[in-house]
Design a protein around this ligand. Sequence first.
Ligand code: PHE
Length: 447
Amino acid sequence: MSSRGNWGSRAGFILAAAGSAVGLGNIWRFPYITGKNGGALFVLIYIGCVIVLGLPVLLAEFSLGRATTRNPVGAFAAIRPNSIWHWTGYLGVITGVMILSFYSVVAGWTLGYCFKSLSGQFSGIDKGKALAMFGRFIASPWLQVLLLAIFMVLTIYIVIKGVAAGLERYSKILMPTLFLIMILLMVRSLTLPGAGKGLLFYLKPDFAKISGPVFLEAMGQAFFSLSLGMGTMLTYGSYLGKKENLVSSAAWVAALDTTIAILSGFIIFPALFSQNMEPGQGPGLVFNILPVIFARMPGGMWFGSLFFMLLAVAALTSTISILEVPVAFLIDEKKWTRRKASWLMGALAFAFGVPSALSGGGMKFFSSLPFFHIDFLSLWDKIWGNVALSVGAFFIAVFVAHVWKTANALDEITADGASFRLARLWVIAIKYVCPLLILVVLASQFF
Ligand code: PHE
């Protein structure tokens, strides 16, 4: 155990798991997906997915990881050797590299926007200028690749430093600061003229908009935001001591993560509608509207730089948790050094990230096909951030419930005398509700 590393403290674990969960998924992806899917109704379905699918799978990953003290591939193999179940782990390893690739591109945007704010480029900006600024920014190929590279190297550097020292330290002070700035931003956004229309969009469900794709997007977003379906939380659980309470840790992580996501909607949509901007515009959404909000705040230049810097840190506590999955696999199973594994997997993610980094410059792969009418970054986000995570979560739920068995999982969850009052509900959820629901939603997308 000691050679794999361990968490320094209970608060350290919750902070690190929350650090993994809270990131661009909450502040960049949640608003853009919500905007694309029509607002309030999507938010409702999303919250439903977090409770019905997210929480049970989170607990399943934590317990499987802690019980086996392995990486995702090793965890499946430990419980069911000589089967094909460890392929679920491989799927997680591959998904991790792919998510890291486009996620780091967007993380690079936050770095770029931090400098833009610092150099006063937000001052006096309006809708048209903000859109033009972002358009120019993502169409600069060298800058995009450079920012991607910088962010990847930062991620690799922290992952090399190991579990307790590397991952914990960064989560502790900075996230509460980010939260405070978000509250300020929300107040500013809500008091802009015409903000009410945005609130209506965000809070008043329009049941006419219900459709199969909305469910898939909400489900995928729940897994993405909670870092589920590829073994991240499994891996983090594997560094956790038996004394920690898995149930309350899971509840804390889900509550924090969902609060931040909902809060970011309260920042984005009032401002967006006050400026008559399009909610369904895609991945650029928050980068197009935030400068406009900062421009209308006293000290906006400083708040802007600080916000994007903290957002980069939030992204970093997520990317290190993504990279940790392939790295833990290579360390445990292939006996690689942490250094070698981190550099190699980081380099791979960088290579796969280049098309996403260039996609703003008009590099629209597949765009002639009817289904893929989107840029490469959105395409990758959909395939890996949505479908692959949902498939992974499906197999994790089936494995924990029907192969490892819920009785064993419950033994792990209640180890050291922890109480779990909702155990019966969890069993029903992980055995039947999660697998069936995920299957139905995935199938509805394809047929
Ligand atoms: N949950 C992270 C976020 O919301 C992203 C992530 C996805 C991290 C999958 C780990 C695994 O930003």
